[in-house]
Design a protein around this ligand. Structure first.
Ligand SMILES: Nc1nc2c(ncn2[C@@H]2O[C@H](COP(=O)(O)OP(=O)(O)O)[C@@H](O)[C@H]2O)c(=O)[nH]1
Ligand SMILES: [Mg+2]
Length: 216
């Protein structure tokens, strides 16, 4: 019983911190989008497409900011920094998700007065990051077909808690024997409200639909 109570208070505490962050982001006029999903699902590739698309449509490089959460390396941030945008990496050193204090630390290296959009890539994990909201306006979950047809059913919580769902790597569906219609149906049953977008992020296919879903 005490474990359940402890869990409840941690959740409430995280929610309060996230609400504080959301209010802070609003006060700065920055739209914040968090990308979540398993390692290798294509989060960074989707973000690369989004950044490129925003730049192509007139966003100034400094108006786009990125925080990359990973247990180690700066590889994802290096990929995003190539576009000339603001980018900072947070290494959690083994922790499987970002928490608000990580984001607060990262913000010291970013100029939010210049930023219009902040993209946060969480540590690759389909479970624990969902317990630790960061104050983003929308949480975008990226699931690739290569993870298996039943991924949404096996992770109902992450599916329900997503504001946008991307089914990525649909170019591989046939090779891995996955029925994308079935995948989409299972996601829809769990989450009736989130836009579900099919993407081939490797070729940036589907990026316009993602921008529409994010309203950017
Ligand atoms: N075939 C295919 N590969 C993809 C696609 N999107 C990403 N990848 C590849 O999947 C691997 C992992 O992508 P990455 O963006 O680093 O995943 P992350 O760990 O979720 O950030 C890379 O080798 C990408 O090139 C896609 O739509 N189709
Ligand atoms: Mg990544």
């Amino acid at each position: 019983m005490s474990v359940i109570l402890a869990e409840k208070s941690i959740k409430e505490e995280n929610l309060k911190l996230a609400q504080k962050m959301a209010a802070f982001f609003r006060s700065k006029g920055v739209r914040v989008f968090e990308f979540l999903g398993s390692p290798g699902s294509g989060k960074t590739t989707v973000i690369e497409c989004l950044v490129k698309s925003l730049l192509d449509s007139g966003y100034k490089p400094e108006s786009i900011a990125y925080i990359g959460g990973d247990v180690a390396t700066t590889r994802d941030t290096d990929r995003i920094r190539k576009f000339g945008v603001q980018a900072v990496q947070i290494n959690t050193g083994g922790i499987c998700h970002l928490e608000v204090p990580h984001v607060e630390k990262a913000l010291k290296y970013l100029d939010l007065d210049k930023a219009k959009v902040l993209i946060i890539e969480n540590v690759g994990n389909l479970i624990c990051p969902y317990f630790f909201p960061l104050g983003a306006e929308k949480r975008v979950t990226v699931v690739s077909v290569a993870e298996g047809e039943d991924k949404f059913i096996k992770h109902p919580m992450s599916t329900r808690l997503s504001d946008v769902i991307i089914i990525n790597k649909v170019d591989l569906a046939e090779a891995v024997g996955v029925d994308v219609d079935y995948m989409e149906k299972t996601a829809r049953e769990l989450n009736p409200r989130a836009p579900i977008i099919r993407m081939v992020a490797k070729r940036c296919e589907g990026i316009d639909k993602l921008r529409e879903a994010l309203g950017v």
